[in-house]
Structure formats: C-alpha cells, structure tokens
Design a protein around this ligand. Sequence first.
Ligand SMILES: [Zn+2]
Length: 282
Amino acid sequence: MKKFGAYPVVVNYNLHTQLRNNPKQDDLYRMGRREEEKQLYIKTTRTSDAGIENNLYKQEIRQWETTICQCLRQIEGNPVGRIVLGLINKQTTVWINPETDDWKKCSCAQTGPLNYEIQKDSVARGAGSGDTLILFKPELGDDTLFHELVHAYRYSYKKFSPMCIDNLNPSPKGPHCGSSEEFLAHQMSNLYMSQANRPLTLDYYDASVSSKDEIYNFLQNDVDRLEALKYFLRHEYLAMLAAHTFTSTNYNPFRDYAMLEANFLKDMDLPTLPELGTVLRS
Ligand SMILES: [Zn+2]
C-alpha cells in the first residue's frame, strides 16, 4: 500500500483479497444483507494483499503499485493533472485498486464512492460522496486515470450528480441521455491531452481522434453541450480555474466559451444561452 505524495491518494494492490471477498459480497447481496455487503466492500478496498500467506504476492504488489505511482507521477507532471490532484478534498481518500477479470472484459476503469447509498434491488454503487475507489489497470494509461480522478474530485466534495445531456448524435452503443459528469471529465481530459500536445477525442460517447477545430465545431452546434459548459463554468471551480489558468493551452473550451456561444447564436434572435438544467418559462 502506497500513499502518493502529499495527495489524498492511496495505491493499494488487493487483487487476491478482492477475489476472495467478492463472492461473499454477492452472497450477502442475494441474502439482502446490504449493509454487511457494503462494509465488506469497504474493508476489501482498504486491505492490502501483503497480509495474505506470509506476503506471498510481494513481487506482484510491488510491481503493480510502482507502475501506478509512475502513472500518477506522469499526471502530476502535467499542469492540468496537478491541479486536479491538488483539488481533491483532503478530508477524503481516493483508493486505487486493481481490476479483477470481471472488469477487464469492458476495457474500462470505474470510479465510485466507498460509502455508497444502497439502492433497493440494484447492485449500483454510483451514488454517494466522500472516499472513492478507482478500479484501474495500467494498460488503460494515464489519460484514463486522469479522467477517473476528475470523477473522484467531484465525489470528494459531494458534487458528483449526473444530469442528462440530450444526445443529438447518440452512438449506437451509448445511451441516449449523456451524463454531464462524463462530459466534464472528457473536457478536462482533452485539456490535459492538449497541454501535452497529445491527440484529442471528439466526445465521451464518440472517441474518434479529432482536431481542436473539429471538436469546437461539434460543441458550437450542440446546444446541450454548450449549456453544460456554461453550467460548469458557473458552478464548478475546476472549470473556472481551467478557464483562467490555461490561457495558452490550444484546446480550452472553458476559456473559449464566449466565442463558442457567440458562434451558436449568430443567426438567432437570442441574447444568451441558459445553463444546463434551467427550466425555461414560456
Ligand atoms: Zn467517466
């Protein structure tokens, strides 16, 4: 188990503890003992494999934790990454655990609150706040870990609450109702990538590699995403900070919001756009 620098981030290899405890959590779920299920999930997250059979997995633990810390150092070396790491609520802890094979199938990472709100008749663990768990594998890369840290930051201040962004161009596999939290994390990830002169992607629901102009064009033709940008500029400190800090980064839709909105409105009889979630009165 390794704490990463001065940040409230703990890297903990517990693959074998998860493999032993996850079936017990499933059993508790089936028996309706949901509070016990959650307590075992929390305990598993915080338990290191170092305690198993005289530290049998010592090599595996060291290798995985060293790799994840290198990934975190890469994030810290990027000014956009450093800001997100530094903003995570220090009253909380972000736990990074390895993914078991169940997760590897989806080739994705996952972030959720440790003390999740139990949902009736559902295994969903996404609602809640405070400490978080990121399930991750190094092959996903620093950009994916950065994306998850944006979610962890929002959870740490009890701000993670997905709102629906109407998806004008829904991808066949994606949901029709996009999540504002994924939108924010994707915008921050593109800023992170732009800062390092790495390739950008169009949208959370369409990961085609795209230029800044192509993405700006996409945004300024999508009223829902413009309203989401405006919402975050007004209510999310990270977005405001990004707008004012990264003045010379090529891609920064928070800094360039006024221009994007003006392009959208130029042929319309509307002075301004509302923020996402505003109920318009007719
Ligand atoms: Zn995400």
